[in-house]
Write a protein that binds this ligand. Structure first.
Ligand SMILES: *[C@@H]1O[C@H](CO)[C@@H](O)[C@H](O)[C@H]1NC(C)=O
Ligand SMILES: *[C@@H]1O[C@H](CO)[C@@H](O)[C@H](O)[C@H]1NC(C)=O
Ligand SMILES: *[C@@H]1O[C@H](CO)[C@@H](O)[C@H](O)[C@H]1NC(C)=O
Ligand SMILES: *[C@@H]1O[C@H](CO)[C@@H](O)[C@H](O)[C@H]1NC(C)=O
Ligand SMILES: *[C@@H]1O[C@H](CO)[C@@H](O)[C@H](O)[C@H]1NC(C)=O
Ligand SMILES: *[C@@H]1O[C@H](CO)[C@@H](O)[C@H](O)[C@H]1NC(C)=O
Ligand SMILES: *[C@@H]1O[C@H](CO)[C@@H](O)[C@H](O)[C@H]1NC(C)=O
Ligand SMILES: *[C@@H]1O[C@H](CO)[C@@H](O)[C@H](O)[C@H]1NC(C)=O
Length: 447
């Protein structure tokens, strides 16, 4: 039998994907977030710097409740004041007599201000509650800035020590930041474009995302159906993990929490309440077999002579989150020739010309850019009309279903390959063999 070889190959491939995936996304190989510090002036005991956070990720935004940036000071620096952001803790400033610094923490954590703060606390690109758009969706919203006045620091470009150990929550874990590197000073153009000014000193930090660091389980799953087969292929059972998860059976019930097993559980209720107090974004899921906060359903709807049509529905099962500015990425060979997309905005994802089968979808402003909390309004849908390429198009062997789906930048769990709906009378021979490979793979994993 070939199986052991095939299974081994699969394991090697899977292991390679896992290790590579730590900071590498093949659909967005250059995606990162940079944090740039531009020292703009010296003060008697330090400097004033503008800090700019640029999100260069094509389809991963920073949702509410927004980013938190942290670092460790290299010396005994303090933050005298900030504009457009604030440190979450003042820390121990007892050594200061007259003026109290904004923060004396050695490892400050900084968050954006909320919209609507007084103008004298704002600077350009601040005060959006830490929400930063994905670059591919909205380049102008993919930046966030604040200004910081640092004391007890150096006052020349040789005595200033760059901060260490940068951290970024966006808003949850998942980002790893490299060391801050001094780079050539940023050059600014004045408003009338007739004069250039220059930062006194500039350093850059690059942070990359890894889904494995962000969460142990996927956060979304995919289900399939088609006009040519009655079977609806649901999300895999426990696709997003069932352990230690609480859920609510229905909307009225979302107040009265249930444990994942469906039994009312006082323990579960307190567990979830405790969680909520710490972080209001902790999900409260509607009870489903997959236990995912989000499901993406791909329905192969119509077959025309030269075109075919798929319907895509995104459903929110989280009672505690409105996904504002959501993004959906789909990879399918025929997405290289989209003719029309209804009710979603659409952009092709082209990373350096090597990818042309991937599409970024997102909601239309003021229409469906907010995926509402679980319940009757908790879904958005679209139809995509694609032109057939006669040499590749087929309904056989699940070809019409996407290869990969990402929601808000996280890859969604696909149904097992042997379950894809298939054309009546088409023996899915290759699928059967791939199914046995997968089974062998699982058996080996569990051994
Ligand atoms: C970060 O992203 C930018 C823009 O895509 C790219 O030019 C740069 O090389 C990336 N940096 C790293 C360290 O990957
Ligand atoms: C510091 O400034 C001097 C000139 O004032 C310049 O030559 C040098 O490159 C600067 N060093 C850094 C690290 O920016
Ligand atoms: C930075 O982090 C590393 C590893 O987490 C640690 O060993 C080091 O002491 C930290 N540096 C500072 C200045 O805190
Ligand atoms: C520093 O980051 C900015 C974006 O914030 C980027 O435009 C610039 O190229 C980076 N510089 C270096 C030398 O990496
Ligand atoms: C979601 O948005 C609706 C309408 O804007 C609001 O009534 C609701 O409270 C929001 N839900 C959450 C969980 O923020
Ligand atoms: C895409 O569709 C157009 C017509 O809509 C056609 O002319 C073109 O050849 C197609 N391209 C590919 C790569 O199939
Ligand atoms: C898409 O990319 C593939 C492989 O790189 C290439 O063969 C194909 O011609 C490209 N199609 C279009 C429409 O650019
Ligand atoms: C539809 O596809 C399923 C696989 O998901 C298969 O078991 C079933 O036999 C197919 N139905 C028909 C009528 O071929």
């Amino acid at each position: 039998m070939e199986l052991p070889h095939a299974a081994l190959a699969l394991i090697v491939a899977a292991a390679a994907t896992l290790s590579v995936a730590v900071a590498y996304d093949p659909l967005d190989p250059n995606g990162n977030i940079t944090i740039k510090w531009d020292v703009l002036s010296w003060t008697p005991d330090g400097y004033v710097a503008t800090v700019t956070i640029n999100n260069f990720q094509t389809y991963r935004q920073i949702m509410a409740p927004g980013w938190t940036v942290g670092w460790t000071w290299a010396k005994r620096e303090v933050i005298w004041s900030m504009v457009g952001a604030q440190a979450t803790e003042q820390g121990d400033c007892s050594k200061f007599k007259a003026n109290l610094p904004h923060s004396c923490k050695r490892t400050p954590a900084v968050v954006d201000l909320l919209p609507g703060v007084p103008y004298n606390q704002q600077i350009a690109n601040c005060c959006r509650g830490g929400v930063v758009s994905a670059y591919g969706q909205d380049p102008s919203g993919a930046v966030s800035s604040f200004q910081v006045s640092v004391g007890q620091a150096g006052t020349t470009n040789r005595t200033v020590k760059v901060p260490k150990n940068f951290t970024l929550l966006g808003p949850g874990p998942g980002y790893t930041c490299g060391p801050a590197k001094v780079v050539p000073s940023t050059v600014f153009l004045t408003a009338d474009h007739r004069r250039k000014t220059q930062a006194l000193m500039t350093w850059n930090v690059t942070c990359t995302y890894s889904q494995h660091l962000a969460s142990k389980y996927p956060t979304c799953c995919v289900s399939f159906s088609s006009f040519y087969n009655d079977t609806i292929v649901p999300c895999a059972k426990c696709a997003c993990g069932c352990e230690h998860k609480t859920c609510a059976r229905s909307e009225p019930d979302s107040k009265r929490l249930m444990s994942a097993s469906g039994k009312s559980s006082a323990h579960a209720v307190t567990a979830v309440r405790g969680h909520v107090n710490r972080q209001s974004a902790a999900p409260l899921l509607q009870c489903t077999t997959h236990m995912c906060p989000v499901r993406v359903h791909w329905h192969v709807k119509l077959n025309y002579h030269d075109y075919w049509r798929a319907k895509v529905t995104v459903t929110n099962f989280n009672y505690r989150t409105n996904y504002t500015g959501w993004t959906l990425v789909a990879q399918h060979p025929n997405l290289d020739n989209i003719t029309e997309v209804f009710s979603f905005d659409y952009k092709p994802v082209v990373s350096y010309g090597s990818i042309n089968d991937t599409a970024l979808f997102y909601g239309m402003k003021f229409f469906n850019d907010q995926l509402m909390e679980a319940g009757p309004y908790g879904n958005v849908q679209s139809e995509v009309l694609m032109r057939k390429d006669a040499s590749t198009f087929t309904f056989r062997q699940g070809w019409a279903f996407p290869r990969k789906i990402y929601f808000n930048g996280d890859e969604c769990r696909m149904p097992p390959p042997d379950s894809y709906p298939y054309l009546p009378n088409s023996a899915p021979a290759s699928l059967v063999s791939s199914a046995s490979v997968v089974v062998a793979f699982l058996v080996l994993l569990m051994a």
